[in-house]
Design a protein around this ligand. Sequence first.
Ligand code: LLP
Length: 406
Amino acid sequence: MFKQDTIERFAEIETPFYYYNMDVLRQTLDACRDASSQYGFHVHYAMKANFNTKVVAAVQAYGFGADCVSGNEVKAAIEHGFDKSKVVFAGVGKSDKEINQALDADIFCFNVESIQELEIIDGLAKAKGKVAGVAIRINPNVDAHTHHFITTGLDENKFGINTWQLHDVVVMLRKCANLKFLGIHFHIGSQITDMEVYKNLCTRINEMQDWFENHGFAIKILNTGGGLGVDYHNPDGNTIPDFESYFKVFKKFLNVKPGQEVHFELGRALVAQSASLISRVLYVKIGQKKNFLILDAGMTELMRPMLYQAYHVIENLSQESRVKNQESRDKNQEEGDHSPLTTYHSPIKYDVVGPICESTDCFRKDVDLPESFRGDLIAVRTAGAYGEVMASNYNLRDAVKSVYSA
Ligand code: LLP
């Protein structure tokens, strides 16, 4: 629920925009830091989830590392003050230019996704007279039980190196004098809410580290990736994820040997609940079969519902204010005035859609909302992760703006 004065503030601002609740962000970061530090775990923020400058600065202030997937993310992380010894570069398709950028920045580690990539990084490091730290991203074939579009750790996915290729990996590592093997990396998918999945991942990581050690490669880093899911259904939209239970699984099931570090790459869980997309109703279309609320925000501002059929809570904020104002008027009436009390309308089903010339440009169908009007403020909640970063200017739209709480 937004406070009344926040809604009044929104009413003054041109829509659409992302509203960042910095308190929720800080509470989330506190919770993550407290839960991870009790076990000495290292958290890297997956920059791809949201690289809004204020958000990244807030995360950096907590001393987390940065997990980057492009040369520009590496650059942005360093510009935002992340310690280069805590910057990791992952991604299935790193270009030579990006690898060189990361080598010049002396980052901590490349998470390597193919045997060919090992050879390329070795060659580029050699040309600069450097040694690059590498971790091998292994595809563990563990089902994340999440939407198939955001599953990454199955044999059919493009990510990581399959276990049947590990012999070739060690052969290559032995040949590459300009690589320093640091450890193993995994990432099986995103929006994972079933902790059993992480338990299965721990079992695979334990097997894999034994395998490497049996082949003469000591493991310093166990990087378990990210993926912790958030609650997209809570009407409040800002539930803080259960970091305690998440880290506890790894504490319990991961076989951590003396001197090893356990790394996590969390994106969504750190930022999703801190933002909402705020838009206005442009038009209301009442049809025979369907009613539409046409918003001034669409897939260009928040792509997740259209790309993954993702669910986000949708609220009519103007109606909340109308009800509050009416309630206080009704109260006055009860006390003296004898005119009739307000009757509140029962919800109407609307397809909440954007203005883009695509039929998929729909936030959700058949949403129960109070009767809504042109100009009403609509909030799409839990939009802080993979929201603003995935925005585009398709249809030559204006760039989406950001507004922050104190
Ligand atoms: N590490 C790697 C190697 C990744 O590929 C990702 C996310 C993460 C960490 C962070 O995962 P998280 O903790 O945020 O789940 N756009 C999609 C999600 C794509 C996730 C891509 N990789 C969505 O909106 O659901």
